[in-house]
Design a protein around this ligand. Structure first.
Ligand SMILES: C[S@@+](CC[C@H](N)C(=O)[O-])C[C@H]1O[C@@H](n2cnc3c(N)ncnc32)[C@H](O)[C@@H]1O
Length: 244
């Protein structure tokens, strides 16, 4: 069994850049990644359609770039030309600078503290598998909202409080959709769409011989169960409302 556990500190992410990139190559993880990337891509294209903007004249930001999985979607698949990324781990920044060269503008910053951007700069922001690591995760929504244009879109993932996660003993942030609604509305963010998936415990994903079986079971469970029921991850698409 190949074990990969997520680092919980900046130092951990700095030391695990290559392992993290490799983790996404396992079959069940690739399957999961396609699901996640499709949600982001569909949200981006619906935004473009609705706003009559084009991929060339919008500004996109990926928060917590990691090994560049989401940056790759914007640059290689969506052919975005103005993509920014931030991460607090220096090695993640270096890794993506080498990978994407001048196709992306990367900044080192801790999103839980501050950002180097002016207010209402971005049309589209993503933070996938990042919010859960923040102690002050509720405040992070305020920071992200402040750099998002009115009617701009923010896509993020966050663990579901009502899932098998509660038995894992981890200290990561988790919530429910109804709790989120209130937290987000305090930051002028309105939920447009939510998705829930992956119900099996995380360690099973590390067992190579179970990869095909995991994909089959997860697919069946997502078809027969209500969308957030017992799902570990919730994907949330929100829009910045134009109150201010
Ligand atoms: C699990 S990885 C996710 C990477 C990428 N979003 C993806 O889904 O493939 C989490 C990333 O967020 C970064 N990160 C965690 N907390 C952060 C913070 N407060 N500010 C900026 N980056 C952070 C870590 O360094 C790491 O690169």
């Amino acid at each position: 069994m190949k074990k990969y556990s997520y680092p919980l500190s900046k130092l951990g992410w700095n030391q695990n850049t290559k392992q993290y990139a490799k983790m996404w190559q396992d079959k069940s993880k690739r399957w999961l990644s396609v699901k996640e990337l499709n949600i982001i891509k569909n949200s981006l294209f619906s935004y473009l359609e609705g706003s009559k903007l084009t991929i060339d004249n919008i500004l996109i930001l990926d928060v917590g770039v990691g090994a560049g999985r989401i940056l790759g979607l914007y640059i290689d698949e969506c052919h975005a030309t103005k993509v920014h990324g931030v991460d607090y781990a220096e090695n993640m920044i270096k890794f993506n600078k080498q990978k994407y060269k001048n196709k992306v503008i990367l900044n080192k910053c801790d999103i839980s503290k501050s950002t180097p951007f002016k207010k209402k700069k971005f049309n589209f922001i993503s933070a996938i598998r990042v919010i859960k690591y923040q102690k002050n995760w509720k405040k992070v929504f305020e920071k992200i909202s402040s750099i998002l244009k009115n009617d701009g879109i923010f896509v993020f993932s966050i663990p579901n409080k009502q899932s098998v996660n509660i038995f894992s003993g981890d200290k990561m942030a988790s919530t429910t959709i109804s709790e989120l609604k209130n937290i987000l509305s305090n930051s002028d963010l309105e939920i447009l769409n939510t998705f829930g998936y992956t119900r099996l415990p995380e360690p099973l994903y590390n067992i190579k011989i179970l990869q095909d079986l995991i994909i089959i079971i997860e697919s069946i469970l997502s078809q027969i169960l209500p969308k957030h029921y017992l799902s570990k991850v919730m994907f949330v698409v929100v829009k910045k409302t134009s109150k201010k």
